[in-house]
Design a protein around this ligand. Sequence first.
Ligand code: MLT
Ligand code: ZN
Length: 485
Amino acid sequence: AEAYPKVKRNSKFKVLDAADIDFFRSILSSDELVESRSPEELASFNQDWMKKYRGQSNLVLLPNSTEKVSKIMKYCNDNKLAVVPQGGNTDLVGASVPVFDEIILSLKNMNRIRDFDSVSGTFKCDAGVVMRDAHKFLHDHDHIFPLDLPSRNNCHVGGVVSTNAGGLNLLRYGSLHGNVLGLEVVLPNGEIISSINALRKDNTGYDLKQLFIGAEGTIGIITGVSILAAAKPKALNAIFCGIDNFDTVQDLFVKAKGELSEILSAFEFMDRGSIECTIDYLKGLPFPLENHHNFYVLIETSGSNKRHDDEKLSAFLSSALDAKLLSEGVMAKDKADYDRIWTWRKSVPPACNSYGGMYKYDMSLQLKDLYSVSEAVTKRLNEAGLIGDAPKPIVKSVGYGHVGDGNIHLNIAVREFTKEIENLLEPFVYEYIASKKGSISAEHGVGFHKRGHLHYSRSDIEIRFMKDVKRHYDPNGILNPYKYI
Ligand code: MLT
Ligand code: ZN
């Protein structure tokens, strides 16, 4: 784990003592509080998914109701105890783990589905419901959760809302800023602000819930979510194809929007290196294509009529091959095939992380520039002689992501983290993105990783507004401190 030489513990925060623990014990049962006697006990809460960041918290609180979250926050605010809210802890920017000794407030025990209206599609649940369980529930009710992610087995509904995660089908279902209907939030002083019963339309002034979507738990703790579920598609299919260059990837995207139109639900790309890592990682899983290519694209369709959709997709595939937009392409024959195709895409992040660790960037750019950042970074690391077989520290530098959303992920898979790599990457990556007027975070958020870097994508006045909001809601600064704001 990284050491944090540039950050100091803020001495205005109280150091937890026995009286505090007594108070928490007085409102929580034994399974809602974990106190550390050894670092191992709390390791899974203190350490992030990439094993890049590690806090030193001695206390995890796992309240099972909004009222208890409220009591905890009021106490922490009165006593200046710092708190980091935590969902499934699958975050990729060090936002969900403590930096020092902040109390971890886990939403794990708040895992009830509250209500579902199958007519409107309104789904309400506690923040700690695991995304997989939300999907399962809605699936059984002929609906789907309007967001899916590779980390669906662990991430929480509240966590994805709090970090404004994008996922694999944003192209079709839109962002959480549109799908979330209402939120229940506990403010740093313990007050509960709720719009959980809001209806689809509500034009009565500021849309306050939007502030908490993507705030990464810096101004309140989301405890409940109301979201618009979509009708379950009756037919799903996918093609997987190999393409020579990124210009052709864009041509294919235009063709897919025009010809697959209303059934197009994902358009994802991976470069050669992403797939090489994934072949390594998925040892033995037969690769869907015969040859290797510079780029791979996964196109998904979802609709209501299997025959119609399959005919459309198969005609699209043939005409793209005829037009030489693809070098090679296959269409899934059945559900198992469809799942296998997705496995090649969803396994890219764990594959890159399997050599020791990874540096990770998540950026928005205009489509014409999308892949150029990956080329620029790879060139720079190659010139420094850092990529190759051991003992070189970097295994590969790869790019993949969501073409439909103009979002690229850059993963630098490493055998070890070194200062030399870090200094080559930063601020180079951010300056590059700023020069192209892109965003340094498309969907993973800012967290601890990108603290101090907002100015690459936001103006001074925007940053001042953000700080005003933070000060207004959290005057003592106890909520998720040392992070981006
Ligand atoms: C993805 O698109 O796979 C996710 O954003 C996760 C990741 O990049 O690690
Ligand atoms: Zn992504």
